[in-house]
Design a protein around this ligand. Structure first.
Ligand SMILES: [Zn+2]
Length: 435
């Protein structure tokens, strides 16, 4: 293995930030000091004016393998993640077929292990994500799966969700919910409100999200099982879940960059690139999500990276599939929302928080992953990112590493970029592996 020394970056350990060198030997952090005399043969990486911190962890990535490899494969999604500064992702189970059994989970884990980063898998809660019968969660948990979700949609039946929580609790796994009551969402394609009325599109009301959140908070209270809430998008959702956490419920939540960057007005041109579930909300919701990030209320930023082939996104707004790309720009959008002065919070929501939720902080041989979201101490697996907070660039959808191009940020100038990602001890930049 190549050994590296990272020179003079602002190193973000769990408790402090200081300018230092970091020596990486045999895939592990070997030394952190003001000035390191590196052994000969060590590759030097200049990290001046950059933040050096734990590699990002995305707990909400849609890879499209198996089933829709024209949109994304495990390999192409892992590369997009690597270039976005991620050293681990959790692949969501809404593939075709759904990841609802040991054979399919193993398939994704095997392929994931051959990429430069760690690819964990979330298993489905119900068979085929149909919301009718529970999937064999215990068998998948035996394989190392720690998160279960029917994401794409939520588990609609309260009694089934109650049973799923009771089943999950003794397994030590976490259920993750896509909160939208489909009956209330009523087949809508954007946020219900002033804009949907003006555009003549059926809306998905904020209440569709909040009602399922309320229901599930009560089910957590009843069962005592842990739960994670995916892509919370409204001011009221944040208030409800923050109150539940204060009351001691074992719940966590994530927000997605598009929900704290874009609002419903983006749908005005009927461009399906801006269609996503839950939908882009009001300006007031966007402001409250940004406040929550700055105030340290948010457990994780998660991308909901959802590649779709171009011909699908060219369909009419109400017919096109929901979802947009996220992995390659999430860090820039998060710095923009949190601000440069709060870089420790940035690493908390981008890396340490999500690694805790997905139980990826310690290495696990069963699912072949190394330790993620680290404290940056000697002896730790080298999963690191060198992030330049002042690098400016213009998003070009034709320059992405994802196999798809459905980014809503094409042509937008962003600031903050992963210069180097060190995943499982190997360093990569835009040009490829540094050796
Ligand atoms: Zn979802």
């Amino acid at each position: 293995m190549t050994n590296y020394v990272l020179r003079q970056g602002l190193v973000h350990s769990a408790s402090s930030q200081e300018i230092a060198d970091v020596l990486i030997v045999d895939g592990k952090i070997a030394q952190i000091a003001k000035k390191i005399d590196a052994p000969s043969g060590t590759v030097e990486i200049d990290t001046k004016d950059c933040w050096v911190g734990p590699g990002f962890v995305d707990i909400h990535t849609h890879l499209r393998e198996p089933g829709r490899e024209e949109a994304e494969t495990i390999e192409s999604g892992a590369l997009a993640a690597l270039m976005g500064g991620y050293t681990a992702i959790v692949a969501m189970p809404n593939t075709e077929p759904a990841l609802d059994n040991v054979a399919l989970v193993s398939y994704v884990l095997d392929k994931g292990a051959r990429t430069p980063i760690d690819v964990a898998v979330a298993g489905a809660i119900t068979q085929g994500r149909k919301g009718e019968l529970l999937a064999p969660m215990a068998e998948m948990a035996e394989l190392g799966v720690r998160l279960f979700t029917d994401d794409g949609t939520g588990v609609q039946s309260p009694s089934l969700m109650r049973r799923a929580l009771s089943y999950a609790k003794p397994l030590g796994v976490t259920l993750a919910q896509h909160c939208e009551d489909e009956d209330l969402a009523g087949g809508g394609s954007m946020n219900e409100g002033e804009y949907s009325a003006k555009l003549g599109l059926i809306g998905r009301p904020a209440l569709a999200e909040e009602l399922m959140l309320l229901r599930d908070l009560e089910l957590v209270k009843l069962t005592g099982a842990k739960m994670h809430f995916l892509h919370m998008s409204t001011q009221n959702s944040i208030a409800l879940i923050t109150a539940a956490k204060k009351a001691g419920l074992p719940v966590t939540f994530e927000i997605a960059p598009h929900h704290f960057t874009l609002d419903e007005s983006a749908c005005s041109d009927f461009d399906a690139l801006f269609k996503v579930h839950p939908p882009l909300r009001t300006k007031a919701d966007v402001a409250s999500l940004r406040d929550a990030l700055r105030d340290g209320l948010v457990d994780a930023v998660a991308t909901d990276h959802a590649p779709h082939a171009p011909e699908l996104k060219d369909l009419a707004f109400d017919e096109a599939p929901a979802g947009m790309l996220g992995l390659e720009h999430a860090a820039s959008l998060t710095v923009d929302a949190i601000g440069d002065a709060n870089s420790s919070r940035f690493f908390e929501v981008m890396s340490r928080g999500p690694a805790r939720i997905a139980q990826l902080r310690h290495s696990d041989v069963r699912i072949r992953h190394s330790a993620q979201g680290g404290d940056l101490v000697v002896g730790e697996d080298a999963n690191l990112v060198v992030f330049d907070p002042s690098a400016k660039y213009v998003v070009d959808r034709d320059q992405l590493h994802s196999r798809s191009t459905n980014t809503p940020y094409h042509g937008r100038e962003l600031r903050g970029k992963a210069r180097v990602t060190i995943a499982k001890g190997r360093a990569f930049n835009e040009q490829g592996e540094i050796a």
